[in-house]
Design a protein around this ligand. Structure first.
Ligand SMILES: NC(=O)C1=CN([C@@H]2O[C@H](COP(=O)(O)OP(=O)(O)OC[C@H]3O[C@@H](n4cnc5c(N)ncnc54)[C@H](OP(=O)(O)O)[C@@H]3O)[C@@H](O)[C@H]2O)C=CC1
Ligand SMILES: CC[C@](O)(C(C)=O)C(=O)O
Ligand SMILES: [Mg+2]
Ligand SMILES: [Mg+2]
Length: 334
């Protein structure tokens, strides 16, 4: 049975008494920095001199310093940079400023689990890994709710890392929704599997292929877009509120029968076999090696795939349709 923590299990003052350096102001960085600051925690954001995010952080009322200065000033240093740049920035800008008893925090376990960062033994190391995108971590905080997160402690030389982690999660808004105790290994492996098999890879591939199937059969792209992409969010909202059963309660009997009849035929047992293969590549480190080598080579394959998928016809159709829905974020808005 998982151990879960909520607001009453966390003493906010433990984190309010520390200076928290948030390195990076991207998806997670902006959410952590702003949520913590609004929870009464002293925050300094660490960004390189030329960073395009410096102005946005200042406009949000946050103090900004260089990555190195912020890391030196923070008693708690939160590394919210892309996973692949973290090892280099850690060695150059973070390690020199770490003092015994400081805390080093991660939003995902990749670099600790795959030994790309080995922190000094006298520093506390924990992870708060939100189970949701950074922009939703921010939005839900402002709405008074939160995104669940995972807490793992890797090193605890001062003996109070767990308490500090719970306090951090409360300041972020995560203990409003639920904070689950885990390990760096479990978070890293399940997170990579979830994003590859379902949340990013599986769903995107299903949507692209379904859109292609309909449009190649002569149906209007706009109808196909609404059917397999736009409505997906409305269906997934029901999963979120009440599990698969709530979706099946809300849809028609015809849709529910089609779900049982065709779902397991389309996503069949061979898909599960390939899911197991993807999980093995995560567990034995071969996926991590491929991603690290891809970055060392300058990301040629990654950038080519990014371009190819960005040019998929569903993206073009979607841009036009979303432009007619002013309640959705428009290009250029964060
Ligand atoms: N994205 C998400 O929702 C989730 C992410 N995570 C984890 O959180 C961590 C952060 O990911 P994410 O928020 O996606 O990261 P982003 O790519 O959104 O943020 C990158 C930030 O790091 C800065 N940056 C990039 N390169 C450097 C560098 N070489 N030196 C200093 N700063 C740099 C960028 O600067 P600039 O602003 O100038 O571009 C930007 O502010 C990762 O460990 C990730 O796995 C965990 C859960 C969900
Ligand atoms: C699902 C992708 C994710 O793991 C996340 C938002 O939780 C990520 O790495 O961005
Ligand atoms: Mg994730
Ligand atoms: Mg992830």
């Amino acid at each position: 049975m998982a151990t879960l923590y909520y607001d009453d299990d966390a003493d906010l003052t433990r984190i309010q008494q520390r200076t928290v350096a948030v390195l990076g102001y991207g998806s997670q960085g902006h959410a952590h920095a702003r949520n913590l600051a609004e929870s009464g925690v002293p925050v300094v954001v660490g960004l390189p001199e030329g960073s395009r995010s410096r102005e946005r952080a200042r406009e949000a009322g946050l103090e900004v310093a260089s990555t190195r200065e912020a890391a030196e000033r923070g008693d708690v240093v939160v590394v919210l940079l892309p996973d692949t740049v973290q090892p280099e920035v850690f060695e150059r800008d973070v390690r020199p400023g770490l003092a015994p008893g400081n805390a080093l925090v991660f939003g995902h376990g990749f670099n600790i689990h795959y030994n790309q960062i080995v922190p000094p033994a006298d520093v506390n190391v924990f992870m708060i890994a939100p189970k949701g995108p950074g922009h939703i971590v921010r939005r839900t905080y402002t709405e008074g709710t939160g995104v669940p997160a995972l807490l793992a402690v890797h090193q605890d030389p001062t003996g109070d890392t767990h308490e500090l982690g719970r306090a951090y999660a409360r300041a972020l808004g995560a203990t409003r929704a639920g904070l689950i105790e885990t390990t760096f290994a479990e978070e890293t492996e399940t997170d990579l599997f979830g994003e590859q098999a379902v949340l990013c890879g599986g769903v995107s591939s299903l949507v692209e292929k379904a859109f292609e199937t309909l449009t190649e059969a002569g149906y209007q792209p706009e109808v196909a877009y609404f059917e397999v992409l736009h409505e997906l969010k409305l269906i997934v909202d029901l999963f979120y509120e009440g599990g698969l059963s709530r979706m099946r309660y809300s849809v028609s009997d015809t849709a529910e029968f089609g779900d049982y009849h065709s779902g397991p035929y389309i996503v069949d047992g061979t898909v599960k076999e390939r899911m197991r293969e993807a999980l093995t590549a995560i567990q034995d480190g071969s996926f991590a090696r491929t991603w690290i080598l891809e970055n060392q080579a300058g990301q040629p394959g990654f950038q080519a795939m990014r371009r190819r998928h960005a040019e998929h016809p569903i993206e073009e159709v979607g841009r036009g349709l979303r432009g007619m829905m002013p309640f959705l974020p428009q290009p250029g808005e964060d």
